[in-house]
Design a protein around this ligand. Structure first.
Ligand code: AMP
Length: 215
């Protein structure tokens, strides 16, 4: 049976960086509800138009819309997935079990970090427009200014909701909802907490060990 991974962590906790490590080195598929929603917006679909304002504000899109997007984009019998950005609250955690995961084996990895350092980290986040490599202008800039280390591209994206005001809302939304989600997975014996203040290399070593021990 394929192991499915649920990544939990505040915006800026390093979840996205670990997701790309797990995909590139361990062959998992990525299911990021934020990315799926942004794709709908950039394609100009009806769903995209419906969610644009709410996403820009940093508030949550309704559960059914996000659940439908998830279900349309995965086949758990065939592959292992990383659920990134879903669930955001206890209702979504239950919906995920009931409507998507069913009897498949899954584990929730919680990237634990002091929230007070996150705002600066997030507003300085940039992503390569071509390959998606994630940088931070303060802590991890490209080696050559303005040039992606991985693919050499020179255009970087700055997410519209990575501004101070939306980040505050996103952190508030996260803090108010995460407690019951953690309890839910902990009581089911499906939660692993990872200290996300370590370097991204150290965190990935830890993640690999956890996955190895649960396969
Ligand atoms: P993210 O890329 O995960 O930081 O998500 C960016 C934005 O997409 C969030 O602030 C929400 O507006 C929306 N979003 C992403 N995932 C969900 C979800 N599971 N439920 C509701 N809204 C979501």
């Amino acid at each position: 049976m394929n192991l499915q991974l649920i990544l939990l962590g505040a915006p800026g906790s390093g979840k996205g960086t670990q997701a790309s490590n797990i995909i590139n080195e361990l062959g998992y598929n990525h299911l990021s509800t934020g990315d799926l929603l942004r794709k709908e917006i950039s394609e100009g679909s009806n769903l995209g138009k419906r969610v644009t304002a709410i996403m820009d504000s940093g508030k949550l899109v309704d559960d059914q819309t996000v659940l439908e997007l998830l279900n349309n984009n995965c086949n758990l019998q065939e592959s292992s997935y990383i659920f990134d950005g879903f669930p955001r609250n206890i209702e979504q955690a239950k919906l995920l079990d009931e409507n998507v995961l069913g009897s498949t084996t899954s584990l929730a990895l919680f990237f634990e970090i002091d929230l007070t350092i996150l705002t600066n980290r997030i507003v300085n986040r940039r992503t390569c427009a071509k390959c998606g490599e994630i940088y931070n202008l303060m802590s991890r800039p490209p080696k050559k200014e303005g040039v992606c280390d991985v693919c050499g591209h020179t255009e970087f994206k700055h997410r519209k909701d990575d501004n101070k005001e939306s980040v505050k809302t996103r952190l508030d939304v996260f803090t108010s909802a995460i407690g019951p989600v953690l309890e839910y997975y902990e009581s089911a014996g499906r939660l692993v907490k990872i200290d996300a203040s370590m370097s991204s290399e150290e965190i990935f070593e830890k993640v690999k060990n956890v996955i190895k021990n649960h396969q």
